[in-house]
Ligand binder design. Structure first.
Ligand code: HMG
Length: 390
């Protein structure tokens, strides 16, 4: 059976970020609480004119630059920051990127887990028709209330990856450990723009689901902690990932020094420390971070991947890195993007945070900010109007 996995991967976040030291000052909190206690440095802040479609289109344009877009017959758009109750966000993206019309486009939701559902569905579709390629886009804006404990764990980001046979980057393994439970750790009722969260409980359920999905994965695959060279976890905050990795080693009775444990996840956390939580995109941005920032040759190395979405659904699975993977990465583009972002003052952050589109469908033109190559230019007759800036 031929290998199936990720053939190209790129991420994007907002051009604007808030330094968490600046947020700490505004909230009268010691900056070390965010930098050391949460393990976060900065968070991406979406600008007016920027939403899951523009973030996703920016990521997908870059991923498609290394592929033949005419082969794409399915677009799966994973998000929990939905902009319409009916129309899939991916249909806008499909049009902005001029993807083939003979294509299916669907939106998927299950909190931060949905990109993994998309990946597994994509694998099934490619298995059925090996000539075709699936574009998976995960795009989210993480919003909690101003001055709430969740505020420093906000962020935004999108990742796009192409699933195909004989992938250039990573082949996905056949075993998945699964776990689902009906819990209220984090949710967002339709009438709210900000998530509601039971923060401490959410961390407990994240770790419990890690254990349960890992045990299920281990029972199916016979693989152990040491069979994976590095780990990528869903990353709401770096500190929780470090705790998760220690827990997994403990479950497996693996004795590692603190530095050896950190080395298993350090490179996967570079991007999330810069952009914050990107919900559905977070696990795959952490994979891009590991691939771009590791100084090791990852060829033939197995990577453990933990996907978690509140509510909750969890999946533990693995993938093996392909030879010559480096040539298919977007490392320089990602570094350049992060370096050229613009820092916001606290007041500018609050202005961006409080920006809302009209909720009565009235015509509206969004103010001009840097939103990459795509922009939500406004609303007309209840319709969102997007524009390609190139
Ligand atoms: P909090 O109230 O800030 O927690 O909420 P805290 O007061 O316990 O402080 C956090 C840590 O900072 C503690 O360390 C403190 O000791 C430390 P810990 O006990 O955890 O090891 N600390 C300091 N360290 C150094 N210097 C200092 C200092 N002061 C304190 N001066 C919480 C934290 C993460 C709960 C909050 O930010 C939150 O609610 N975030 C949103 C929810 C979340 O991210 N949950 C994660 C799991 S659920 C998930 O991943 C799903 C999700 O992505 C959504 C989805 O699936 O769609 C969220």
């Amino acid at each position: 059976m031929s290998k199936i996995g990720i053939d190209a991967i790129s991420f994007y976040s907002s051009h604007y970020y808030l330094n968490l030291d600046e947020l700490a000052r505004a909230r009268g909190i010691e900056p070390e609480k965010y930098s050391k206690g949460l393990g976060q440095k900065r968070m991406g802040v979406a600008a007016p004119g920027e939403d899951i479609v523009t973030l996703g289109a920016n990521a997908a344009k870059q991923a498609l630059a290394k592929a033949d877009a005419t082969d794409i017959d399915t677009v799966l758009f994973a998000t929990e920051s939905g902009i319409d109750q009916s129309k899939a966000a991916g249909t806008y993206l499909h049009s902005l990127l001029n993807l083939p019309k003979n294509c299916r486009v669907v939106e998927l939701k299950q909190a931060c887990y949905s990109a993994t559902a998309a990946l597994q569905m994509a694998i099934g579709l490619v298995l059925r028709n090996p000539r075709n390629k699936v574009l998976v886009v995960a795009s989210d804006i993480a919003r909690y209330g101003l001055n709430t404990p969740g505020e420093p764990t906000q962020g935004c980001g999108a990742v796009a990856f192409i699933v195909s046979t004989n992938p250039r980057i990573i082949s996905i393994g056949e075993y998945s450990g699964l776990y689902s439970e009906d819990v209220m750790d984090f949710w967002r009722p339709n009438y709210r723009d900000e998530a509601l969260v039971d923060g401490k409980f959410s961390a407990i359920i994240y770790l419990k689901s890690l254990k349960e999905s890992w045990l299920n994965y281990q029972a199916k695959s016979g693989l152990n902690y040491d069979d994976h060279a590095f780990y990528c976890y869903h990353t709401p905050l770096s500190k929780l990932v470090e705790k998760a990795n220690k827990k997994l080693a403990d479950i497996n009775k693996i004795k590692l020094t603190a530095d050896e444990l950190l080395a298993k996840t350090k490179d996967s956390l570079c991007y999330s420390k810069e952009i914050g939580n990107s919900y559905a995109a977070a696990l795959y941005i952490s994979l891009a971070s590991l691939l771009d920032n590791s100084t090791h040759d990852l060829t033939d190395k197995r990577i453990g991947l933990y996907s978690y979405g509140s509510g909750c659904v969890a999946e533990f699975f693995g993938g093996t890195i392909e030879p010559n993977y480096k040539a298919a990465l977007d490392t320089a583009h990602h570094a350049n993007f992060l370096q050229n972002r613009q820092s916001l003052t606290y007041a500018e952050y609050e202005e961006f945070y409080n920006f809302t589109l009209p909720t009565d469908g009235s015509n509206f033109e969004t103010p001009a900010y840097d939103t990459g190559d795509f922009k939500l230019v406004g609303i007309a007759n209840h319709k969102r109007i997007y524009q390609s800036e190139t």
